[in-house]
Design a protein around this ligand. Sequence first.
Ligand SMILES: Nc1ncnc2c1ncn2[C@@H]1O[C@H](COP(=O)(O)OP(=O)(O)O)[C@@H](O)[C@H]1O
Ligand SMILES: [Mg+2]
Length: 234
Amino acid sequence: MSYLVVENLHKRYEGPQGGLEALKGVGFTVPAGDFVAVRGPSGCGKSTLLHILGAMDRPSEGSVRLRGQELSSLTPDELATFRRRHVGFVFQSFNLLPTLTVAENVALPLTLDGKLESAARRRACALLDRVGLADRADYLPAQLSGGEMQRAAVARAVAAEPALVLADEPTGNLDSTNGEAVMELLADLNERSGLTILLATHSAEAARYARRTLELRDGRLQRVVEHDGLSAPV
Ligand SMILES: Nc1ncnc2c1ncn2[C@@H]1O[C@H](COP(=O)(O)OP(=O)(O)O)[C@@H](O)[C@H]1O
Ligand SMILES: [Mg+2]
């Protein structure tokens, strides 16, 4: 059984000028522990695909099974719980809550899931140490640089040990040095902790950290490129 099975995904949006089909029959499988880049130009459907895989949106047609769970069979409440427990999201714009400290942000997926605050704090601090932010735990997000915010967001995304980490243009708002640091962190979490990661990017440099690339064009999967596990860009 493959870990993530995506079959014949279609997504239609209704817009002011009529309907638009953002995904036109996308299918692929991802084994556990894989690191996959979804690459393609702006508007090709990357975010739409990640939102559907992350149970944040539903397809118009097709199926997503994650660890054997068919997402379309879940009610909205079940979908929200599934998302909280099993999916970690990293966004281009970091999306840390501004009034919570860095440690509270990282602990949030755990406290929302009913973990004791002290245990959640310990786990958050261990993760912050792992991403090189041990001394920033009690800062507010606004007191961090962009690169630091994104490393904190990665720590938050993995806090609940999700089945799948979805990263949507995680380097899009970073300079190349900070972008590389975030990609190395994701690659390290994949290699050493076995996290399954799907990365949406239009950047060839970022995609190089993945084990393979799915090339998306105009809502269709055009090509799959296998990499050789390279963990540094040329
Ligand atoms: N909520 C929405 N309503 C209508 N159209 C949308 C919506 N979200 C995305 N789209 C359209 O779907 C297409 C794919 O968008 P998106 O998945 O965001 O692409 P990407 O992330 O690759 O840039 C684009 O043409 C976009 O304008
Ligand atoms: Mg996008």
